[in-house]
Design a protein around this ligand. Structure first.
Ligand code: 9MR
Length: 471
């Protein structure tokens, strides 16, 4: 508690200083490093000598969390640069940090971490957009309906700033109670659909980033809270609510150590069609058995895409007195480091789509159709072995606004749609129709909107016979 309070006081002081000069959105330039989407797995290659090299053998990442104060800590930066290929900001992208006053965004602290990480070849996990903790003070004085709107505006504002730049976003954090029901909070009091509203807004704001639900104490499959989250994700997937991943924080303490069924939990979530990741791992006294076990569980589940530890050295940890991380206070790797490294190198499954280079997209021109007021253009965003991500741009080339649109496209043999965002589909194979979502049917003159989809099957044949109509 002592450390946490000291940390909060430091934050409050620096926030006051920031506000002195902040009348509107403030941001430093976000460097334009493209989001790397593919690690090329090679399970037959030589063992990796660092955490990231060992993880990349199976197409996974190995991440850490850092606070802004570590940007001047050379000991931290040296290890982070050598060992990790994914970074999470400990506090700097949370709601209180990024929108201290309504509509007044401040991305300086988040951008500083983003820029350092990407300039050192790392990708970045965004943490977090909607949470009962670390909320902007103004959220506390809003009515339920105003809070719901403020949450959506927050998601829009922050995700627009980082659009196309992050690998994952923890859209919603820690929304479940230990009994498997929803945690009571001001966000929950805006209506039980607040989580799906957050995910829908997130997809619309940045279709390129994977959207995660993140929580702690969901590692044990038989635990009520795990089942509560599982049922929500299953429901979301069945109704097309856009969720791409589940983050299991993996804080293992004396009272909640590595459960024997951890792998079952990971594979059960993965079987719903989401990625899973260990997002904030730390283990009391850095037990080598537990660290090896949690790593093996992830390596055995193909859709377990990576592991992040919540800090690098024990001195970085929010639970510092328990020495729960992989490096000691003198920056030396501990025994747990070796057990994790060995388990990463022993991986026998790789992340789907990373083991062979993505096939070269066909060099056919985009397919365009034009009856009835709008045009639809297909673009292949991302192919992998056995699936692909596509995007369709709906353009209004006329002089009056569209008040709704419907796109027809015909998938090739073996292709089927798994998930659509920013649109509502009818059918998943053959000729599929996609109409606008409730929020993007109105397209102004000379304006456009897009919807995206994930499909099973080869990307080598572009969906054809594409047309757009508007009422
Ligand atoms: O590590 C973070 C610490 O510096 C903050 O004081 C604390 C405030 O809530 O949040 C910590 O990070 C938490 C993360 O955002 C969500 N899961 C639990 C983490 C540890 O408390």
């Amino acid at each position: 508690m002592k450390d946490v309070n000291a940390h909060r006081k430091r934050r409050a002081g620096s926030r006051a200083r920031l506000l002195l000069g902040a009348a509107c959105t403030v941001a430093i330039a976000v460097s334009s490093v493209a989001v790397a989407t593919f690690a090329h797995a090679d399970l037959t290659g030589p063992p990796g000598a660092t955490l990231k090299a060992a993880a990349e053998r199976s197409g996974r990442y190995f991440g850490a969390a850092m606070g802004g104060d570590r940007l001047s800590d050379q000991g931290f930066l040296t290890i982070a640069n050598r060992e990790f290929d994914m970074m999470t900001a400990v506090n700097e992208m949370k709601p209180d940090a990024t929108e201290p006053n309504q509509g007044q965004f401040d991305f300086r602290a988040g951008d500083a971490i983003y820029n350092w990480a990407t300039q050192h070849g790392m990708r970045v996990r965004g943490h977090t957009l909607a949470w009962h903790g670390q909320q902007p003070r103004f959220w506390g004085s809003l009515s339920s309906s105003s809070l719901r709107a403020a949450m959506i505006e927050h998601i829009n504002g922050v995700m627009t700033h980082y659009k196309g730049k992050l690998a994952y976003w923890d859209v919603v954090n820690e929304a479940f109670a230990e009994n498997g029901g929803r945690r009571s909070s001001n966000l929950q009091s805006t209506g039980n659909d607040w989580i799906e509203a957050a995910f829908r807004a997130a997809r619309a704001a940045d279709p390129s980033v994977k959207l995660c639900y993140n929580d702690y104490n969901i590692e044990n499959w038989t635990y009520a809270k795990t089942q509560g989250v599982y049922n929500m994700i299953r429901d979301f997937k069945s109704r097309g609510v856009p969720v791409d991943c589940v983050g299991l924080q993996t804080h293992f303490t004396g009272g909640s150590s590595l459960p024997g069924n951890f792998q079952q939990t990971l594979s059960s979530f993965a079987d719903l069609g989401v990625d899973v990741a260990l997002t904030e791992a730390d283990v009391t006294n850095a037990s080598t058995t537990q660290y090896a076990g949690l790593t093996q569980a992830c390596m055995n589940v193909p859709r377990c895409v990576g592991i992040t530890t919540w800090g690098v050295r024990d001195s970085d940890s929010w639970r510092g007195s328990e020495n729960p991380l992989l490096f000691d206070r003198n920056s030396n790797p501990k025994a747990a480091y070796t057990s994790v490294l060995n388990a990463l190198n022993a991986a026998s499954t790789s992340v789907p789509g990373t083991s062979t280079p993505p096939s070269t997209p066909p060099s056919t021109p985009p397919v365009t159709g034009q009856p009835g007021g709008c045009t639809a253009t297909y673009r292949l965003v991302n192919p992998w072995s056995g699936g692909f991500q596509g995007e369709v741009t709906v353009a209004n080339n006329g002089s009056t606004a569209l008040s709704g649109w419907t796109v027809l496209l015909t998938l090739g043999g073996g292709q089927s749609i798994a998930n659509v965002w920013n649109g509502v589909n009818t059918g998943t194979s053959g000729t599929v129709s996609v109409r606008n979502a409730t929020y993007n049917g109105s397209v102004g003159a000379n304006a456009s909107t897009t919807f995206g989809f994930l499909a099973n099957g080869s990307a080598d044949t572009a969906p054809g016979a594409i047309s757009c109509t508007s009422p």
